[in-house]
Design a protein around this ligand. Structure first.
Ligand code: MEV
Length: 310
């Protein structure tokens, strides 16, 4: 017997980190990258085959603790024995690069296990189980990555509130560039928590400003004001940098994009590595920006048409 589950990557347009503190974020499911998990019948203890490890689930390395835990908790929820199946995970989402790979692995695997055991899976249970994995991955998840990697529509997302679907339909293109460097979401989230202790007023101001920029970006999108959206993106990057969640290569790629006429540019996701995004006026400009970013050190780029989105 064999069953599969799928999920997709995500791009945070505005609001990473501040979303953890209840501010709004705008994010997009990113179908150019995806994960498929397959569960297949075997005899004996469960084994795992994924990018980082192939072998018995019980001996998986510590870095896979979030995935191992989510598998155990899902099987427990299903009230089934943890034996007699293999799990194989195939992913085109670059791991630990701010595209939601940790949440997406959990989503695809939970879906595959529910399919395998022929049980229906509600969205609430899917998000609840995914957040077990996300809590291990980086301590204090907003739930945004779980929502985006399991969802099909962009969201204007506020932690703990009902999902607000938010079709973008903006006449612009996003260029997504992977620095090739593993991001450090956990450390970045922890760094902001530390700043909250050492300098509460300044940190709170920055978080509120990030939230305000997300609100203004929402209006700019609704009015198709791409120049304005770009300005808000770059301002958000400056604030994120001041909160210690950027790094040299992200800053270089942001500056290079702006020098090449990007309407705006910022890191996306957890930061300290991972990916950045640049807003291009049109398709040709996006393709030029992509070349410029690859020349400046990006390892991979994707072009995303924001108009297409609904
Ligand atoms: C990580 O993709 C996004 C963060 O805002 C964390 C979270 O929302 O859980 C950094």
């Amino acid at each position: 017997m064999k069953a599969t589950g799928i999920s997709n990557g995500k791009i945070i347009l505005m609001g990473e980190h501040s979303v953890v503190y209840g501010e709004p974020a705008i994010a997009i499911p990113f179908f150019a990258t995806a994960i498929e998990t397959t569960v297949e019948t075997t005899n004996g203890p469960v084994s795992l085959d994924c990018f980082f490890y192939k072998g018995p689930l019980s001996q998986a390395p510590k870095r896979l603790l979030n995935l191992v835990t989510v598998i155990i908790e899902t099987v427990k929820k299903l009230d089934k024995p943890l034996e007699n199946f293999d799990i194989t995970i195939n992913s085109t989402i670059p791991a630990e690069r701010g595209m939601g790979s940790s949440a997406a692995v959990a989503v695809a695997t939970i879906r595959a296990l529910f399919h395998y055991f022929k049980e229906s899976l509600s969205n609430d249970v899917l998000l609840e189980l995914t957040n077990i994995s996300e809590t291990i991955a980086h301590g204090n998840p907003s739930g945004l990555d779980a929502a985006m990697t399991s969802g099909t529509s962009p969201l204007y997302y506020i932690k703990g509130q009902k999902f607000e679907f938010f079709p973008l339909k903006v006449s612009a293109y996003l260029v997504v560039a992977d620095t090739g460097i593993t991001g450090q979401t956990k450390e970045a989230v922890e760094n902001i928590a530390l700043l909250y202790h050492s300098d509460p007023k300044k940190t709170d101001d920055s978080i509120k400003q990030l939230g305000q920029l997300a609100k203004e970006a929402k209006q700019a999108i609704q009015q198709n004001k791409t120049n304005q959206l770009g300005v808000y993106m770059t301002q958000a990057h400056t604030l994120l940098d001041s909160l210690g969640v950027s790094n040299t290569i992200l800053n270089t790629l942001v500056h290079t994009s702006l020098e090449s006429g990007a309407l705006g540019a910022k890191l996306t996701g957890g930061g300290r590595g991972g990916c950045m995004i640049a807003l291009a006026k049109n398709k040709e400009h996006a393709s030029q920006l992509s070349d410029v970013l690859l020349n400046a050190g990006a390892k991979h780029t994707w072009i995303y048409n924001m108009r297409k989105d609904d």
